[in-house]
Write a protein that binds this ligand. Sequence first.
Ligand code: ADP
Length: 275
Amino acid sequence: NAEQRWELRIHGLNDGLKLVQLSDQSSRYAAERMRTDFVANASHELRTPLAAIKGFLETLEDPAAGKDDDTRARFLKVMYDEADRMQRLVEDLMSLSRIEAEKFQLPEEPLDLENLIMDVRRFYLESRGRKDADFKLSLPDEMPKIRGDLSQLSQLLHNLVSNAYKYGHKAKPVTVKVEPNRSGSMLRLSVTDQGDGIAVDHIPRLTERFYRVDKGRSKAIGGTGLGLAIVKHITQRHGGRMEITSELGVGTTVSVYLPVMKESATADESGKAAG
Ligand code: ADP
């Protein structure tokens, strides 16, 4: 099996005895392979816009091309766009490595999830020109308490909402919903769009780094291919899990389930004393 790697060690012992040790190294090799694939993919993703920028710079150096204002403006625009792409990619790569590397401890205090959602909503209304009706909310009367890192969960929601707008139908709203699961032990935060949907074969691979269903489309609308990989990492760091459901021609829902804080004993006791 190409995925299997064994390591054989033979140790000489006294009296001519030999100890033969056979150990399964498959997971170490697989991890190594993932790392080298990742570096190769990341380099490739950065090389493409860099090559485009260099190509346009060389053309602009040509005095004939430099004279035409329209051409110059067009070339500069492309160069800015490519530089933006590189910047987004570097920022996403840095986020990923920060999330992976950080010694992570969840804050003791509960997170104000409602405020976080409202901030993300405000961003889309004020900076991205979305209207009230484009961003629907469905929040429970009482928000379950969760522990979470504010900046990471804010990035998680930004990534999901930005995908919903990128791949959703332009004229249809995006819905952000919070609800407790049946037992109340987890909170479900979901983002739903009414877009083209995703074929079922692709769904298990969407959280892989640089995996895109339609590479051309993702690039054209400014995707890096890292958004859902970042969401998955953040979710795992919070002790949660992710779920993607989609129907072609109908839309997609990406949900993350995060553990709800247990009420502390003192809160219970004060509740009893008050009652
Ligand atoms: P990208 O930067 O390309 O959007 P992501 O990791 O966020 O990268 O998503 C990976 C791929 O999953 C996207 O390229 C797209 O093909 C698909 N995808 C993600 N979210 C949606 C969605 N809401 N609807 C349809 N396809 C989606």
